[in-house]
Ligand binder design. Structure first.
Ligand code: ZN
Length: 183
């Protein structure tokens, strides 16, 4: 009796099918229009995907699949190209999605604004704010762009809320840890 060999196909085939079955962005849940595929956090473009000709079977694909994600362009750009920014842009975006009721459009606007501000500040070598309070007071004021200054202030204020929420979350985490140490 011969053992039935599992059917093997090139990885690129699996990825093509995968791409077609993804309807929503893995990060923000937005309905996908143009899809960005990422592998282990890096964008993989169409040409590269087409060249992935390793033959694998279904079982191997199930393992490989976990490394791949379908993202909208916005999230793809943000997660894969955002490095060493002045602000924690990705955390900020996540916060807006998870903790506020804002629409996608509004979130996008906030994120873009803060990102632009971050770039603006790092270009001028402005040191990152040393405390939460300095996000709100006039420490950064002198460095804010001359146009739409108020919009940047609003974005900073939102970012401040995000940072406060982070602090609170880590405080309650520690608290629950102390409690579990006692019992
Ligand atoms: Zn997205």
């Amino acid at each position: 009796m011969t053992v039935q060999q599992p059917k093997r196909r090139p990885l690129s085939r699996y990825l093509k099918d995968f791409k077609h079955t993804q309807t929503h962005c893995a990060h923000c849940g937005k309905l996908l229009d143009r899809i960005t595929l990422t592998c282990r956090g890096e964008i993989v473009n169409k040409t590269t995907i087409a060249q992935l000709d390793t033959l694998i079977d279904d079982a191997a694909w199930q393992v490989e699949k976990q490394e791949w994600m379908a993202l909208c362009r916005f999230c793809g750009d943000l997660h894969c190209k955002e490095q060493g920014n002045y602000f924690d842009i990705i955390g900020f975006k996540q916060y807006l999605f998870e903790q506020t009721e804002m629409s996608h459009g509004t979130i996008r606007e906030y994120v873009v604004r803060l990102r632009r501000l971050g770039n603006h500040l790092s270009e001028q070598n402005i040191p990152a704010p040393s405390s939460l309070q300095s996000l709100l007071d006039d420490t950064l004021d002198a460095w804010l762009p001359q146009t739409s200054t108020n919009n940047y202030r609003i974005a900073l204020r939102k970012y401040w809320q995000f940072q406060v929420q982070l602090l609170e979350a880590s405080a309650s985490y520690q608290e629950s840890h102390i409690t579990s140490d006692i019992y």
